[in-house]
Ligand binder design. Structure first.
Ligand code: FE2
Length: 227
């Protein structure tokens, strides 16, 4: 909410300013709706995950429109969009499902600003600015990976496969970045190559119970065969 508001005076394009102004209102609606939902259940919005906090505070602190837009619209909004989509597909409570559907529709729109406006901003970035963007996006990418790891247990309680979700977010991220020009396409090809992402998802997020179940199954049947 605050980051979207901060972005308005930083972008020159009037249409982008209008989209961001709408985004501020939408983010305020999301917070209010989730707050009210949790209040009615007797709960409250928990504190932000440590690694997500690093990203959000970093995005807030930068004065560069390119870095702020990339961090907020490309990384955070894309992640939020997939997160709400994934949670919605694993809950049955109708009010929460409706709420998540409305919120996710907005998040998908917010990613649209990165798709449509970020290429123009990045095309104007000088060498120093580009290096800064690369540094920040790598650091924030690592923070979000760690945040996913920290939330793995909570996700598994909803039967969410974090590894699968991570592959989906990365695939979408790669599509968005391929839109930004040859330099960013090349960077993404190197840092987010398929084999690397597969390895990372398997190493970090593969569900703890899966290998145990797989290794136990043949042992049980072997005992059964012998009996
Ligand atoms: Fe958003």
């Amino acid at each position: 909410l605050q980051i979207s508001a901060e972005l308005i005076p930083l972008v020159e394009d009037l249409d982008a300013q209008k989209v961001l102004a709408v985004q501020v209102v939408e983010e305020a609606k999301h917070v209010t709706a989730l707050q009210r939902y949790l209040e009615l259940l007797g709960g409250e919005i928990p504190p932000v995950n440590f690694f997500c906090k690093q990203v959000l505070e970093g995005v807030r602190a930068t004065k560069s429109p390119a870095v702020k837009l990339l961090g907020m619209q490309l990384l955070v909004e894309n992640l939020a969009h997939h997160l709400f989509l994934e949670i919605r597909s694993h809950v049955e409570e109708p009010v929460l499902r409706d709420l998540l559907r409305y919120i996710d529709q907005d998040e998908a729109k917010h990613v649209g600003l990165a798709r449509n406006y970020l290429p123009r901003i990045l095309a104007r970035a000088g060498k120093l600015e580009t290096a800064k963007i690369l540094g920040y996006s790598t650091f924030w990418g690592l923070c979000l990976l760690s945040a996913g790891y920290q939330l793995k247990e909570a996700a598994e309680s909803l039967d969410i496969d974090v590894a699968k979700g991570f592959r989906r977010v990365t695939r979408e991220h790669r599509k968005l970045v391929s839109n930004l020009g040859w330099f960013w396409r090349l960077c993404t090809k190197v840092t987010l190559s398929d084999p690397f992402i597969e390895w990372l998802a398997d190493t970090l997020y593969t569900r703890r119970n899966e290998p145990i179940r797989e290794s136990r199954a043949p042992a049980t049947s072997a005992k059964g065969d012998r009996a």
